[in-house]
Write a protein that binds this ligand. Structure first.
Ligand code: SF4
Length: 382
């Protein structure tokens, strides 16, 4: 094996050979990676793939999260964000407020807004179209990444349209890409135990497959650390890899990025669960990198700075108002997670990597050194 990737666990040597050869790993390989006590070997393998793809570059982007409503028809057990209409703390933003927030974000240098919300039972489909058109008119250069798969399905029910019709209308109104939320764990046992009421895997895949076919890029996620087994996590990653292969072969768009999300039990109906440990977080990031050999980017939250040496190439940190699934006793006291851009660059440099600001599609963003304004051009895709 022509390796500068050393593994000490003999059970990993076959896996390491496949990683170096760029071959896809199997379910058994993924489970072996979870079971190994050779943590440094696992980290080295994930880092090997990360450096092969991206060298020392570590990406970040400047975005703003906008949660247009917390009113939701569902009551997911793991969610501490939703409210019922009329309940204390429930809110819906008028379209003008969403547009004004996007405008402020663009003026402050954001290149992207990330807009998601609850499944509001009474908002009409026109509300979402007006929101997108309003943002596009007010800030034509801002990329709008909006609406998880379950929101898209909800809009279809509200508007009595197919997923394809909904996505086509949203795209034509200004939707740029879809975030990856709502994926949770693609497994019927886990779904029935924890996510009953949410859409099953086939519906999530239908939305993302259709989006890719319509030229709308998207992200993927996995919410781990609750009732699922390591094998179920690996199965989830393999299903994502299969759709990515299909989209890369047949569609003009595909998944840009994988974002493993660590489950936070407090203040959800699953508060009795212990939640994942830091080691499970690191292992899961590394294993996501290794299983998803056809997805270019794996993102971690800035708090996981060490992840830049464990397979991740993208740090999420310039985020404000990221409420869904976050610990939140009172919606009037949001988790404020914004980092100054200099802080995130410092975190990246401290981890031994070179910070690169990117846009939503991972093109490098160039800024005027004096004004900080984006210099428009046609940078190559990375
Ligand atoms: S996770 Fe989404 S769909 Fe589920 S209750 Fe929360 S806001 Fe509603």
């Amino acid at each position: 094996m022509s390796l500068n990737v050393r593994v000490n666990d003999a059970a990993l040597s076959g896996v390491a050979e496949k990683v170096v050869a760029g071959e896809p790993l199997t379910l058994a390989d993924g489970v072996r990676l979870y079971e190994t006590s050779d943590l440094h070997g696992l980290g080295r393998l994930a880092n090997y793939v990360r450096e092969k793809l991206h060298g020392d570059r570590a990406y970040y982007n400047r975005n703003r999260h906008i949660n247009y409503t917390n009113v939701c028809a569902l009551s997911c057990k793991f969610c501490s964000f939703y409210r019922k209409r009329g309940e204390e703390g429930a809110y819906e933003m008028p379209v003008e407020q969403v547009v004004a927030t996007a405008r402020r974000a663009a003026d402050a240098g954001a290149t992207e807004v990330h807009i998601v919300g609850g499944l509001h039972p009474w908002l009409k489909f026109d509300y979402y179209l007006d929101m997108l058109r309003g943002v596009r008119t007010a800030c034509p250069d801002l990329h709008v990444k909006a609406f998880t798969a379950i929101e898209i399905i909800h809009f279809g029910r509200v508007a009595r349209m197919s997923v394809e019709q909904v996505l086509t209308h949203l795209r034509d109104a200004g939707l740029g890409s879809l975030p990856g939320g709502g994926a949770e764990i693609f497994d019927d046992r886990v779904h029935d135990e924890v996510f009953k009421g949410k859409v099953r895997a086939d519906k999530w895949f239908d939305v993302h497959r259709t989006a890719h076919r319509l030229g709308i890029y998207s992200n993927a996620t996995m919410l781990y650390g609750h009732v699922e087994t390591p094998a179920e996590r690996v199965g989830h990653l393999i299903k994502l890899r299969e759709l990515q292969a299909e989209s890369l072969a047949n569609s003009p768009a595909h998944f840009n990025c994988m974002i493993p999300l660590s489950f936070i039990p407090e203040q959800s109906e699953l508060g009795h669960l212990p939640g994942p440990t830091g080691l499970t977080d690191l292992k899961t990031l590394a294993i996501a990198r290794l299983m998803l050999n056809n997805v270019a980017h794996v993102k971690a939250f800035w708090i996981m700075q060490a992840a830049l040496g464990w397979g991740c190439d993208d740090l999420d940190g310039t985020v404000v108002w990221y409420d869904i699934t976050k610990r939140l006793g009172d919606s009037a006291a949001p988790t404020h997670q914004e980092l100054h851009v200099n802080d995130i660059r410092r975190l990246i440099r401290e981890a031994g990597r070179e910070p690169v600001e990117r846009d939503t599609l991972y093109r490098p963003v160039r800024r005027d050194a004096v004004t900080g304004q984006v210099v428009r051009g046609e940078p190559a895709l990375v």
